[in-house]
Design a protein around this ligand. Structure first.
Ligand code: KIV
Ligand code: NA
Length: 266
């Protein structure tokens, strides 16, 4: 099967919902690939993989290494790599240098960056030069210090209106799709109705054109998750059970047994 493309995702506006999950490693990408349209190598890997307390310290090197792993592990989904904090905000030129490196080193199909009106020029610059961009508005985790936390956005009338402006600006600038994070349903619906590109929600209701979750959250791997996460699996529990059974088997010497021994006929 041929890998899906950015235009094929764009065509899903208003149609069959777009299925997106994060992935950070090759094996996980392999397991998720057939079920997803888009695999996002999110800078959430800072917390999920590296135990950092925010996404701010995530580097371009980290994104390139994990992006390449996810591309190697998948053959069908569109792979999108997050631009890390500090790699794209300064200027369109700086963003192009960083994004072109990500594209070249990973083989991904597009990059994602956070921001609305302030990033519109940069999105236009990249898009015109062959780099498809997914934008990200509402709760933008790289702005945690400016926002003062990870709470839902758009609660004041002023902020509500600003998020709509952000969404319209990135769509106009040429973003092919848009993540909306942490907003009430009404706002997500209003944006989805007003822009011609697909919206992907996370904590933003089923009114969006698709959904994304952090894969570890969805699998029940993470200890603490936001309200909008639904656990579709119990991996943390499963891993604990497996490790406990292994430890017991090592201690009572019931592992390894003949089946795992070299030189013993099966
Ligand atoms: O970094 C990430 O995982 C994300 C998604 C959750 C949208 O940006
Ligand atoms: Na991200």
């Amino acid at each position: 099967m041929r890998r899906m493309t950015v235009p094929s995702i764009q065509k899903r506006k208003g149609g069959e919902p777009i299925v997106m999950l994060t992935a950070y490693t090759a094996r996980m990408a392999q397991l998720l690939d057939e079920h997803c349209d888009v695999l996002l190598v999110g800078d959430s890997l800072g917390q999920v993989i590296y135990g950092l307390s925010s996404t701010l310290p995530v580097t371009l090197d980290m994104m390139c290494a994990h992006g390449a792993a996810v591309v190697r592990g998948s053959y069908k989904s569109v792979v999108i790599v997050d631009m890390p904090f500090g790699s794209y905000e300064e200027s369109p030129e700086a963003a192009f240098r960083a994004a072109s490196r990500v594209m070249a080193e990973t083989g991904c199909a597009a990059v994602k960056l956070e921001g609305g009106v302030a990033m519109a020029d940069t999105i236009a610059f990249l898009t015109k030069r062959g780099i498809p961009v997914m934008a990200h508005v509402g709760l933008t985790p790289q702005a945690v210090n400016a926002l003062g936390g990870y709470g839902a956005r758009g609660k004041s009338q002023e902020e509500y209106a600003r998020i709509i402006e952000d969404a319209e600006a990135v769509a106009k600038a040429g973003a092919f799709s848009l993540v909306i994070e942490g907003v009430v349903e009404d706002l997500a619906r209003q944006i989805t109705d007003s822009v011609s590109i697909p919206t992907i929600g996370i904590g933003a209701s089923a009114a969006c054109d698709g959904q994304v979750l952090v894969v570890d959250d969805m699998l029940g791997m993470f200890e603490r998750t936001p309200r909008f996460v639904k656990r579709f699996g119990t991996l943390a529990e499963d891993i604990g059970k497996a490790a406990s059974a292994y430890a017991a088997a090592v201690k009572d010497r019931s592992f390894p047994e003949d089946a795992q021994l070299y030189g013993v006929k099966k």
